[in-house]
Design a protein around this ligand. Structure first.
Ligand code: URA
Length: 435
């Protein structure tokens, strides 16, 4: 078999056989298929697409290219969640303890921030002592003992995807639905949970800018997961504005705790309850209505908060030191004023995410350190009526950061007009679920 013939075949719009896809992926992982051939094939996929069988074969080949978590000893209640990335998305910190407090087993590998989007591992590292690197044995043990573990992605999980993603990033081949679907699902399948809930974001802060495109991606991911024998569902959710109020690592942990204490922003609470209900429905076999009612009870009764404390302590984190540290550092926000009066009709979530990155909450280059106290708090969101000069946000610049560029970026992301905007849904659609 020759890679050049397979690229030619795809270029002409023909489907590759499973063994041909395995030849490409195994060769690319081992180094015998060079970057330039893989990039040419990825570009051909961008133009010609892939059949469902090809996408399933690509996902399986990438999932099998490295280590796989073996969670079979934990039974059928293992459940994972994946967000396609957003601004202010701290849902894992809330959803995972709700689900674990009701008998689901959440064994999750999470990532770091990427571009303007935040990452759960960065958020958790703002808690003093929290260990994100666990051995495979410690990972499974904690899942068994606590019902909840969240660690960084093991270095050798789906290495073919890691290599291919890095190549796609620099060859303009990221935005292909079959390539994104197989990339996400290869990691989810390798991570081993029996059930998977996907939070597919749509809007100005998301990869998929329209609900229709997000639904197309979700359909593909659900089909891949089901073909691999997993229970899968996806919610298409709004990322046309940031989720909740806080953007930035320590600020987001604080906000997640507030929701677990029965406070916090309503949009965040609602989305978390629905994601938790999906996870519970899949892993406990409950109806969606029953699962939602159980999730509300666990959140409002404080059970989920207790589970969060148990989980963080099991991974070495000290929530009291986290709160005391933030109090001691007297972190004060810089007020940002509305430039004119009117309704906020649009917030460009990507620009707001970039504003948080400029304040030090994210990375300009791979390997940069993040400042856990940096970020911003949104006081007025889309639909709010504001007066010129009214404080609409608070910015928290990291040490040594000049907030001027972040302020300009935040304001560039706002549209203020005379008329009130149409309200937007928080959740557009559900795809998949229990069969
Ligand atoms: N996230 C992934 O993991 N892979 C993609 O291809 C895009 C987003």
């Amino acid at each position: 078999m020759r890679a050049v013939d397979l690229i030619e075949k795809k270029k002409r719009g023909k489907a590759l056989a499973e063994e041909e896809i395995r030849f490409l992926i195994n060769g690319f992982t081992a180094g015998s298929v060079p970057d330039y051939q893989m990039a040419a094939w990825a570009m051909a996929v961008c133009f010609q697409g892939m059949t469902a069988a090809e996408t399933a074969a690509l996902t399986a080949a990438m999932a099998e290219s490295g280590d796989r978590a073996d969670l079979t000893g934990l039974g059928g209640r293992t459940v994972d969640k994946h967000s396609t990335g957003g601004v202010g998305d701290k849902t894992t910190l809330i959803v995972a303890p709700i689900v674990a407090s009701l008998g689901g087993i959440v064994a999750k590998m999470s990532g770091r921030g990427l571009g303007h989007t935040g990452g759960t591992v960065d958020k958790l590292e703002s808690i003093p002592g929290y260990q994100t690197e666990l051995s495979p044995a410690a990972f499974v043990r904690q899942a068994q003992d606590v019902g909840l573990v969240v660690a960084g992605q093991s270095g050798n999980l789906a290495p073919a995807d890691k290599k291919l993603y890095a190549l796609r990033d620099v060859t303009a081949t990221v935005d292909s639905i079959p390539l994104i679907a197989s990339s996400v699902m290869s990691k989810k399948l390798a991570a081993g949970s029996a059930s998977i809930v996907l939070d597919v974001k749509t809007g100005s802060g998301a990869f998929m800018k329209t609900p229709e495109k997000a639904a197309e991606l979700a359909e593909e991911m659900v089909a891949i997961g089901r073909a691999a024998g997993r229970r899968v569902s996806a919610l298409i959710t709004n990322m046309d504005l940031p989720l909740g109020s806080a953007v930035g690592n320590g600020l987001e942990v604080e906000e997640a705790i507030a929701v677990l204490q029965g406070r916090g922003p309503r949009d965040l609470r609602q989305l978390c309850l629905h994601l938790a209900a999906e996870m519970l429905s899949l892993c406990r076999g409950w109806t969606p209505e029953e699962a939602l009612a159980q999730a509300e009870t666990a959140l409002d009764g404080g059970r989920a908060l207790e589970k969060m404390k148990e989980w963080i302590a099991a991974q070495g984190g000290d929530l009291e030191a986290f709160a005391a540290g933030r109090r001691a550092r007297r972190i004060e926000g810089r007020p940002l004023a509305a430039p004119k009066s009117g309704y906020i009709t649009r917030m460009d979530a990507e620009k707001i995410g970039i504003s948080a990155v400029l304040l030090g909450a994210g990375r300009a280059a791979k390997g940069d350190a993040v400042d856990h106290d940096a970020g911003l708090r949104i006081l007025k969101k889309t639909g709010s009526c504001v007066e010129a000069g009214e404080v609409i946000a608070e910015l928290y610049p990291g040490a040594g950061r000049d907030p001027a560029e972040a302020e300009a970026c935040y304001l560039a992301g706002l549209t203020i007009e005379e008329g009130a905007p149409e309200p937007q849904p928080l959740i557009y659609q559900k795809i998949g679920g229990l069969e």
